[in-house]
Design a protein around this ligand. Sequence first.
Ligand SMILES: [Fe+2]
Ligand SMILES: [Fe+2]
Length: 298
Amino acid sequence: MRDFEEAVYCETVAKENLLEQLADIRDLPTLPTVFMRIMRLMQSKETSIREISQVVEMDQSIAMKILRLINSSFYGLSRSVYSVQQAIVLLGANTLKNILITASVFQALSRRSREAGLNREAFWKHAMDCGMIARYLDDKINSGREEEGFICGIIHDIGKVVLDQYFHDKLLAVLSEARKEGISFYQAERELLGVSHAEIGSKLADLWYLPDNLVEVIAQHHELRPDGEYARQAALIQISDMLAHRFQERKGRADPIPEMDPLCWHLLDLDPGQLDAWNDDLKAELEKADELLLLMLE
Ligand SMILES: [Fe+2]
Ligand SMILES: [Fe+2]
């Protein structure tokens, strides 16, 4: 086999191996059982708010996370909410579904990290920053899907947690390659593994039966498919991801920022020049992100 063909062959094999292995891992993190039960209940028009809240309340930890999020500055409600039932009446079932996804993902993945590897604190900070920026930009472009933007931001990098937990040696190799070569994590994993946290995360989201748009946005967050159904949401996350990295960089963190497809601006009808005008607002959103993160990781 010629060198080039051999390289392509090796890359394909490595990629398939990793994704195949993922499906075979028995102890992959799972979303709380209450999550699937609620999703099923919500599919039926006959389900009452009372039934939904009773099921949520069976998982005290999830119920508590949901109430914390609802009572935080995220929703800016004028009065406190003390029960899940009250929350559904006030915010609607769809909002509850979105909050449930957020709370469940935190529950499933927020285990403590090992001493070396992925810095979980920085990971969740980045996830929350990205979620808050996406929510802000979503509001600016009037998509009416701010909560989905938030969730996409929260979960876009979950593949990194999978790498850390199940392919730890590979993660360490990627981190060291990125540092040595001064390239982004994404570039380093493409070079070393032939597969990225975007594909791995999207596979996990699929195994979790998360909605299609989330599975797709995770897959595309470093490689846009401009003609795809969820290209706009993916573009929103690429921009939010870049901004979240940029704000961290200003604080002195020096990891190379992953490349962003310039088409993202066009897809959302946004002009990068607008960012300056939003700078103060975005900073305020990131402060809120810190507060929210404390609540979700407690
Ligand atoms: Fe990423
Ligand atoms: Fe990211």
